[in-house]
Every structure is written in C-alpha cells, then in structure tokens.
Design a protein around this ligand. Structure first.
Ligand code: CP
Length: 299
C-alpha cells in the first residue's frame, strides 16, 4: 500500500516501475476492485484534469466520489475552519483525500492530521507529484526510455510546481540533460540546481528556444502562471516562448512536445496535429497513472 503522496522525492525507481507497470496493465480497464471505497476530492484551486481524472479513475475502479470543487467557497473553510479541522473531518468520511490548495506545505499539513492517505494534487508553487508521475510515464511510453534523454523545460522553470516535481524524478535516471529555457525572472532555484548537481543531472540555462527545439528529445512546455506572478513579472515573461508549427517542425524525428495543460497560447493550435505533439495523449496517460496510484493505494 502507498502512504500519503506529498512530493516526488518519496518515489524510488522500484516504486516508479511498479506505478508504470500498473498503469499499463490498467489501460482501458474498468473493474470493481475499489468497490465500497470512497475518494474525497477537496480542491481549493481550480482544476480540470487533476480533479476529473482522479474522479474518473475512482469510478473506473468501482469506487465512489465525494467532492468539493471550490472548497474555499463551498466548504466550511469559508466560515474560517482550518485546513487541519477540515481534513480531520473528511478523513472520517473518505478512504483517500485528493487535496489541491494554494499554500506550499498544505498537503504535508493535511497528511499530519489525516487518518487516511492524502494525495497532493498541487500545493501552491510547491509540488504536483501525480502530474510529474504522468509526465515521466508519458516520456517513457513515447520515447521508450528514461535514461539518456535531453529534456527542455520551457517558460516558467521557477514557480511551476509540476516542473519542480518532474525535475526531482528525472534525477533518479542516468544521463539526463536538461535545457532550462526561461526569462531571467523565472530561472530555476538554487535549491533545485543543487539537487540536480547531486544527482548527476547536467543542465544549462538559456533564454533562447530555437536551438533546443532542434536537439531535445522532450520539449516540456509550461504556462506562465498569472496567478503566481506579480503583474510586472507576468507582463515581462508571458508570450516569450510560443511553440509555433514552424518551431515544432524543426524538431528531430521522434522528439515530443508535452505540456501539463492548461495551455493559454504557449503552444499554437496549429501544432496539435504535428507528429511531435503528445500533450493530449498525455492526458490519457494521466488517467492511467491515477488509476494505478489508487489501485496501489488499496492493494
Ligand atoms: N495539469 C493540471 O494540473 O491541470 P488542472 O489544473 O486542470 O488540474
């Protein structure tokens, strides 16, 4: 059984392989293995993919869902209830809690008081571990390997929680090279660079996209997040790195473009039918990975 899922550092290669194998095994499955189990999704920030994919995953495995999609407004948090009290109560009602919250560290706080597993579905600019698991599963499925890869993280390399979670995971594989493409304001933190150095991941920082489009195996595009930046930094950085069809066509054969989504213009719609565009298949891999996580949680 998996414990709480708070950050990607808690996954070793053996567990990653188990998650990937289970996800592949569960592809297109609908069964009753989680019959009688209840998932509570508690979202204090908006979501399309994470909430609906976890809920769909639970239904596909025969379980049940209780949900608060705008928990700030429609739970007793609006009356001033603390996150800790909300979690104590919800863990009485559910067998697993999926939590998205705007504060870094909120999932860890929830886990500390919960009597059932808590899955971090994004804690502010902290981490988004299940997104990173589906991102790395996407790379494995599409490239056929996780060692000896060149990944370019583009856009917001600093505050994008899924990118941070992915970088921690890439540190577990061999001969990984990162190109970090961003404006100076959105460069990777020193803490992350120290981690990459310690784990043998080589990297370079650049503010130019065109070169890496031609050489990378994976282009990991991100959204510049209006909700996490000052208006000044957002205005300076948004729209700087748009993947156009011309840029997509410059990629080497077999290279892939992934994006956790939502996108808001940083990948042009004309790229969608490019052989390099994988971001909508990635959504399906996400459903499979979240089914695998729920399955392993109750195994
Ligand atoms: N990638 C992701 O977390 O999407 P949502 O915000 O729609 O859940």
């Amino acid at each position: 059984m998996l414990p709480h899922i708070i950050e990607t550092q808690q996954f070793d290669k053996e567990l990653l392989t188990k998650v990937f194998d289970t996800a592949t095994h569960l592809e297109s499955t609908r069964d009753d293995s989680l019959h009688g189990k209840i998932l509570a999704s508690l979202f204090f920030e908006p979501s399309t993919r994470t909430r609906f994919s976890f809920e769909s995953a639970m239904y596909r495995l025969g379980g049940h869902v209780i949900t608060a999609e705008n928990a700030n407004e429609f739970s007793s948090a609006s009356k001033g209830e603390t996150l800790e009290d909300t979690i104590r109560v919800m863990s009485t009602y559910a067998d697993v809690i999926i939590l998205r919250h705007p504060e870094i560290g909120s999932a860890e706080r929830a886990a500390a008081v919960s009597s059932v597993p808590v899955i971090n579905a994004g804690d502010g600019a902290g981490q988004h571990p299940t997104q990173a698991l589906l991102d790395i599963y996407t790379i494995k499925r599409e490239l056929g390997r996780l060692d000896d890869i060149h990944v370019a993280i583009v856009g917001d390399v600093r505050f994008y929680r899924a990118a941070r979670s992915l970088a921690y995971l890439l540190g577990k594989y061999e001969k990984v090279h990162l190109s970090l493409v961003s404006a100076p304001e959105l460069r990777m933190s020193e803490e992350m660079k120290t981690y990459l150095d310690k784990h043998g991941v080589t990297y370079e920082e650049t503010d130019t996209l065109d070169g890496v489009m031609k050489t990378a195996d994976v282009i990991y595009q991100t959204r510049v997040q209006k909700e996490r930046l000052t208006p000044e930094v957002y205005a300076q950085t948004n729209g700087k790195y748009v993947i156009t069809r011309e840029r997509a066509d410059s990629m080497k054969e077999g290279g892939i473009i992934i994006h956790p989504l939502p996108r808001v213009g940083e990948i042009s719609a004309e790229v969608d039918d490019s052989p390099h565009a994988v971001y909508f298949r990635q959504v399906r891999y996400g459903l499979m990975v979240r089914m695998a996580l729920l399955h392993l949680l109750f195994a």
